[in-house]
Design a protein around this ligand. Structure first.
Ligand code: ADP
Ligand code: ZN
Length: 620
């Protein structure tokens, strides 16, 4: 008897159809081929190997670099009734023995294993004695020595092809660039592998980038307005800032935990655990909090500092909305960020050539912040993916920015930099332009330069904006040591008047403080629950919370928000109805179907009697 891939998708996972490239990938693996799968975070990579694993005879071996990630996958798969185990160094010896025993007697459909375990001679010998359905190498970009996630053991995984000829191998990653793709193919000896490259668009993420003014207050307003009591990640550059901000949020009524590499390991893992299992908790973190995050219901990722490259921005923001429901990528940045990052670069021990590449990447990120067209188009273009129309779902599509002819202003600003010796920071430069005769200006004798006081037509804010944008567009550079500005090659043509320069008009009263009439809680709004359905939505979440607590697992492992949302919309009244809800497979139907049906029934009864009461009042 053999089950088909579609049956597995329906019965085990409770989904109706494959997404994107899933079907061709699965077919290719079932036909015995090797594959390289590139899909963005949340694109559905896991099913690409889980479905073949459950369709073919034998055990699928999944190489996974992080213990936390591995354990989550195992718990989630157990919830849908899959026979699955894992082997890693954090397990007790007896548990490891049990898993090996299960493996050898053919009792596992999938085995998750850390690369260093897999490569042990004893493990290899065991695998030679059993039937292997396929090898899946997750987070395959870990073979890349250039990336942040390099894992030396990944380099040795090439031997799988030699030791197990004829067993399909699939490498999966969300890291897009072509160099990494080539490295994966070379280093894993996947020469005959077929590449499956999905679109890197994350349509459910709304991109919003604002100028930093009072960053903490801006963040606070954003959370309260757009994502109150929802899970989110806030990235900061330094450990100190992480701790301060977490405290500040807690003092301002928003529950937050800190996470950075300097915290004791026990506290880090406890905070990570809490973030995972509780709802409505915010993690304030350095980028050290990264790859292990596969919580599907992270509703926003906020950056309090400029990410160092567009790749980093894409990867970090990609941790929002893995479940496909609406999510926000929010960033507040200012010129100060550029100066700090520049200083960090200058202090790094990296070779000059690497530092140069990093500087260019930072410049690209900065330019991305200052564009006036669609964010998504620009982001995808950076990854060589064309998008014909503006997306309609980013800050610049939703509220286009006005531009103004800043040619003359830019010329004034640039010659001011030149006249004062190309080594002063923005505050001083603006003082000179505006003709402020303060102590520092007099000390430097700058009340005598020809640009003194030639810029009274603009406000201080406007001049700062001009300087910021000139840096972002590459007309000015920042000295790494003191944050002083100096001219670049590019500034010449602007100074000569050969070029017209349009700059963005900054918005100072942004939507962050805007009030809406909508009375729904924002969580209901963000997953699009009608206000009359909100009580039911809350009731179902409560059922889920209690079930999860009993088993000490994360609520999303019971059902994702998207599944609860469907229940709210369709109000299943029987197990038969329930089975049709996306995300409800056979096992979960048996385990939890009744609990949720009961909650829905109770809710409907209450609603009916409330309506009757109303009718009575009207009639009498
Ligand atoms: P990735 O590993 O690529 O980041 P996942 O495999 O974790 O993504 O899948 C992301 C989410 O999409 C999960 O919640 C998963 O259950 C859901 N998903 C994947 N494939 C499908 C599908 N065919 N239909 C419905 N939901 C799916
Ligand atoms: Zn857009």
């Amino acid at each position: 008897m053999s089950v088909t891939a579609l049956e597995v998708l329906h019965n085990t996972f409770g989904f109706t159809a494959f997404r994107g490239q899933q079907e061709p990938v699965i077919q290719h693996l079932l036909d015995g081929g090797d594959a390289l799968v590139l899909m963005p975070t949340g694109g559905g990579k896991s099913l690409c190997y889980q479905v073949p694993a459950l369709t073919r005879p034998g055990t699928a071996i999944v190489v996974s670099p992080l213990i936390a990630l591995m354990e989550d996958q195992v718990r989630s798969l157990k919830q849908v009734g899959v026979r699955v185990g894992c082997l890693n160094s954090a397990m007790l010896p007896q548990d490891q023995r049990q898993t090996k025993h299960d493996l050898m007697r053919g009792g596992l459909d999938l085995l998750y294993v850390a690369p260093e375990r897999l490569l042990l001679p004893q493990m290899m010998e065991m695998l030679e004695q059993i039937t292997i359905s396929l090898f899946a190498i997750d987070e395959a970009h870990c073979v890349s020595q250039w990336g942040h996630d390099f894992r030396p053991e990944y380099l040795q995984l090439a031997i799988l092809g030699q030791r197990f000829p004829g067993v399909s191998r699939v490498a999966l990653t969300a890291t897009a660039d072509s160099r990494t793709q080539r490295e994966i193919i070379d280093r894993l000896a996947l020469n005959d592998a077929k590449s499956f490259i999905g679109s890197f668009d994350r349509p459910n993420i709304f991109y919003r980038i604002s100028q930093k003014r009072q960053a903490k207050q801006q963040l606070h307003a954003f959370i309260l307005n757009d994502h109150p009591r929802e899970s989110g990640i806030v990235y900061c550059l330094s450990r100190k800032k992480v701790e301060e901000l977490a405290d500040w949020l807690n003092n301002h009524g928003i529950r937050a935990l800190p996470y950075h590499a300097g915290l004791p390991a026990a506290q880090r893992s406890q905070n990570q655990q809490m973030f995972h299992h509780e709802e409505g908790l915010i993690m304030v973190a350095t980028v050290a909090f990264g790859m292990g995050v596969d919580k599907p219901d992270v509703r926003f990722v906020a950056h309090m500092d400029l990410p160092r490259s567009i790749e980093a921005y894409y990867q970090e923001t990609g941790r929002a909305g893995r479940d496909g429901l609406p999510a926000t990528a929010w960033l507040a940045y200012g010129l100060q960020d550029v100066i700090i990052l520049g200083q960090m670069l200058s202090q790094s021990n990296a070779e000059a050539s690497i530092r140069n590449v990093e500087r260019q990447k930072l410049q690209a990120m900065l330019a991305f912040c200052e564009i006036s067209g669609c964010r998504r188009q620009a982001l995808l273009a950076y990854f060589d993916e064309a998008m014909d129309e503006p997306c309609g779902h980013c800050d610049l599509c939703a509220e286009p920015v006005a531009t103004w002819d800043a040619t003359v202003a830019a010329q004034k600003a640039l010659s001011n930099v030149y006249r004062t010796g190309e080594r002063f920071g923005v505050t001083h430069l603006v003082d000179v332009l505006m003709g402020k005769e303060n102590t520092r200006v007099r000390e430097k004798g700058h009340e005598k330069v020809s640009t003194f006081g030639i810029g009274r037509e603009l406000s201080q804010k406007q001049w700062r904006s001009v300087y910021r944008q000139l840096v972002a567009r590459g007309f000015l550079s920042v000295t790494e040591e003191h944050g002083g500005l100096f001219l670049t090659e590019q500034s010449r043509s602007l100074l000569r008047g050969d070029e017209v320069l349009l700059l963005r008009r900054d918005r100072y009263d942004v939507q962050e403080t805007k009030k809406t009439k909508d009375t729904r809680s924002r969580i209901a709004r963000s997953v699009d629950i009608r206000s009359e359905d909100e009580p039911l939505w809350n009731a179902l979440r409560e059922v889920r919370r209690v079930l999860a607590k009993d088993q000490r697992i994360a609520p999303y492992m019971i059902f994702h928000d998207s599944t609860l949302r469907e229940m709210v919309l369709h109000r299943p009244a029987s197990l038969g109805d329930m089975e049709l809800i996306s995300g409800v497979g056979q096992r979960k139907l048996l385990s939890y179907g009744d609990d949720f049906l009961t909650a829905i029934r109770l809710f409907e009864e209450v609603a009916v009697s409330a309506r009757d009461d109303e009718n009575v009042t009207v009639l009498s």
